[in-house]
Design a binder for this molecule. Structure first.
Ligand SMILES: [Zn+2]
Length: 404
């Protein structure tokens, strides 16, 4: 049971934390002005947030400016990203060929990351145990807020259940609970397209908070939508299932639905890799082999990736016309690594779109190649910045003896 005073304190704590996220380092008096809270309320909230390892005071170096001031020096506050005592979150992206682990600070910076190939299957117990080992190695005694996990398929964030993930064969899997049992930490779970959109809203370009569409092109294809800083999920958490969006100009048959020209059948990593093997560009269907081949100067690999980029751009044009977002984020490996493929996506999108004549509105994820671990951690950090009082996880570093 909560009281009106608790609710107000929770709202105030979130306002202070978000103000420091956007404006830090910043003095208490400025926070007070920016949030419209009394100095006493700001002081009370900052004390609590400092105690939890979320904020810290920055000591100004002694110098002419500091000694010349009048009265008590105004000590700026910032999010605690320090190596000693700064809170961190784990980010777990569960992919089909491999998972990615990340250790992420309160500004979304990925401090460490590791790829974990799924040679031995996808059991959450195994993935969780390996993630615990990673955290014991890299968290260095810093307070761990918990873990955010992101993956494809239909995911219900409220109870952390993976409703359906075709490639992993998961149905109604209570993933958050299973991972939490292994890690001994709070775990939140969401679809990876929404996770990237959430990270853009929290840590990315300011216009992403007005409105954004995110298009995720991996082994699976997904989209996510955000308006006024909030992610849209839909009543069944199913918003953004664009796998069978028809791509203008594509005649590729879709084995899943029997029609032709579906986005996933045309442009997913799996589809492009199968085509790359068929054209004898790469020996195995691995997207990084194809991207590496193009980077090494193979014109056939480059041509195939440009064909894919143009198909992605045409699908992006449809979404641009429906939503007219302030920013359109596209996560696709070749364009994240090489700007030329992003230009190809932009050209194809602008050529087809009826509302977007501005190619710069289409961007890659702000975190670049660190997009997946950052986005996964944002699944946990997003709710923390909205309500820090509700996320009072055990700020206890893992005991390395448990997992070694
Ligand atoms: Zn289809």
């Amino acid at each position: 049971m909560t009281h009106a005073g608790d609710d107000r304190a929770a709202v105030n704590a979130a306002a202070v934390l978000r103000t420091v996220l956007d404006h830090g380092p910043v003095a208490r008096s400025v926070i007070s002005r920016l949030c419209g809270l009394s100095p006493a309320a700001v002081s009370r909230q900052t004390t609590g947030l400092i105690r939890r390892g979320l904020l810290r005071e920055l000591r100004e170096p002694p110098g002419p400016a500091a000694s010349g001031g009048i009265g008590r020096p105004r000590i700026p506050l910032d999010l605690h990203t320090g190596a000693v005592g700064g809170a961190v979150a784990a980010g777990l992206h569960i992919g089909v060929p491999a998972s990615t682990f990340g250790l992420v600070d309160l500004r979304g910076q990925v401090l460490a990351r590791r790829t974990f190939p799924h040679d031995g299957g996808h059991s959450p117990a195994r993935i969780g145990a390996e993630l615990a080992r990673f955290l014991a190695e890299f968290a260095g005694g810093r307070p761990l807020l918990g873990a955010g996990a992101a993956l494809g398929g239909r995911v219900r964030p409220d109870d952390g259940v993976v409703v359906r993930h075709e490639a992993l064969g998961w149905r109604d899997r209570p993933l958050a609970r299973e991972l939490s049992e292994v890690l001994g930490l709070p775990v939140r779970v969401d679809n990876h397209a929404r996770a990237v959109a959430g990270a853009e809203i929290l840590f990315g370009r300011p216009e992403a908070r007005r409105s954004l569409v995110h298009l995720f092109i991996g082994n699976v294809v997904d989209a996510a939508f955000g308006i006024e800083g909030a992610l849209h999920r839909g009543p069944n958490a199913a918003a953004g299932e664009v796998a069978h969006l028809p791509v203008p100009g594509s005649t590729v048959p879709c084995a899943a639905c029997g029609r032709t020209g579906c986005l996933q059948a045309t442009a997913s990593d799996a589809a492009v890799c199968a085509e790359a093997v068929r054209r004898r560009i790469v020996p195995d269907p691995a997207i990084w082999l194809l991207v590496d081949a193009a980077a090494a100067g193979d014109p056939r690999a480059d041509r195939l990736l440009r064909e894919r980029a143009r198909a992605v751009g045409r699908a992006a044009a449809l979404l641009l016309d429906v939503f007219d977002p302030a920013v359109m984020v596209v996560t696709e490996l070749s364009s994240v690594l090489h700007e030329g493929y992003l230009d190809e996506i932009r050209e194809a999108a602008v050529a087809l779109s009826h509302v977007c004549a501005d190619p710069e509105r289409i961007v890659g994820p702000h975190a670049g190649p660190a997009v997946l671990p950052e986005a996964a951690a944002a699944v946990l950090l997003g709710p923390l910045f909205s309500d820090p009082s509700a996320s009072s996880g055990p700020s206890v570093p893992p005991d390395p003896s448990v997992v070694t």
